[in-house]
Design a protein around this ligand. Structure first.
Ligand code: G7M
Length: 319
């Protein structure tokens, strides 16, 4: 079953039955709150993570967009008026006051870890540490890639595909990220997921992947310009290291949209990656790569290896 929003399946849970047990994260800047709880009518054991995100303001002046805040449909209460300064509380109509709700159910302990506040540590991963610590750890604990294969095999989110190149080596699917509501262009967020199933992450890239990487960049940017009318030099194209999911994918979002995970402690620009591999084909097998770890079993393993712990010295914001 499929409706006009591309929803292909009815959920097994009813959101109105969600019972909150814990607030995992309340980010007042991004206006998101991450909740842990259960659906008691389904199970007392299975945990659910629910993320609520207030939607971004639209950017046109009609009543369906930001103009709706200045119509009879919105009620106002003055907080204070002092000379030329005024502060009001506005209660806009529900159509322009939507909340995006993301659900993970049932959520594993690893999901709960990922979505909870933890102390963070910057580690420097040498190629040897990658081989001896990170790779074996990831092989045993990584998140399931079923959702990725469902997209690649057109079993899920098919209606949401923005662009596809089916070539097994250089092809990819461009699709809205889970984080994007799919509507407001200001917060556009797309993922390019490659068809080649042999690339786990940045670490695996060599010069043989240059045709794939340039294809993703060039065709991805073109598709975004055609469909969303965003100029190619206004889009940020990058890769996470470490990613959450070890099937190679690339993030696309507009420069004027600050999204979580875009800061320099996590992101590598696709242009820089292509340049590095062009200069040195095995750059990512030789490089020491920094990344941020939460308190976790993997961090303990890094400490066990007596790795030099680097005091935070990157001054960028780490969302
Ligand atoms: O950190 P990493 O590079 O692994 O980022 C993976 C991205 O995949 C994140 O931005 C997620 O929001 C996105 N994502 C995760 N899941 C489970 C899904 C999904 O089921 N569908 C889509 N379209 N994106 C997802």
């Amino acid at each position: 079953m499929s409706d006009d929003k591309g929803v292909t399946e009815q959920p097994s849970y009813d959101l109105s039955n969600f019972k909150i047990s814990e607030i995992l994260l309340n980010n007042t800047r991004s206006k998101t709150i991450t909740l842990l709880g259960i659906f008691p009518d389904l199970s007392d054991e299975d945990k659910a993570i629910v993320v609520l995100e207030k939607s971004a303001f639209g950017s046109d002046s009609t009543e369906d967009s930001v103009g709706g805040y200045f119509s009879q449909k919105t009620s106002y209460k003055a907080e204070f008026i002092n000379n030329i300064y005024g502060n009001f509380e506005g209660l806009p109509p529900k159509e322009i006051n939507k909340v995006k709700i993301t659900v993970i159910y049932p959520a594993t302990e690893k999901h709960i870890d990922k979505y909870s506040i933890r102390d963070k540590h910057l580690v420097l991963e040498t190629p040897i540490l990658y081989e001896n610590v990170t790779e074996p750890y990831l092989k045993s604990t990584q998140f399931s890639l079923d959702w990725v294969y469902n997209i690649l095999e057109h079993k899920k989110e098919k209606e949401r595909i923005v662009f596809e190149d089916q070539d097994p080596q250089t092809g990819f699917i461009l699709i809205p990220d889970l984080k994007w509501d799919g509507h407001s262009i200001e917060t556009l967020y797309l993922l390019a997921i490659v068809h080649d199933r042999n690339i786990k992450s940045l670490r695996d890239l060599t010069d043989k992947h240059i045709p794939l990487l340039t294809n993703i960049r060039d065709e991805g940017l073109k598709a975004i310009e055609n469909k969303y009318n965003i100029k190619q030099d206004q889009v940020r194209v990058y890769v996470h290291y470490q990613p959450s999911f070890y099937h190679f994918h690339v993030h696309f979002n507009p420069l004027n949209n600050d999204v979580p995970g875009m800061s320099c402690d996590k992101s590598h620009m696709l242009d820089t990656i292509i340049n590095n591999i062009t200069l040195m084909p095995d750059y990512y097998q030789k490089a020491t790569l920094p990344f941020v770890l939460h308190d976790s079993a993997l961090f303990e393993k890094f400490q066990e290896q007596e790795m030099r712990r680097v005091k935070p010295r990157l001054s960028c914001d780490s969302n």
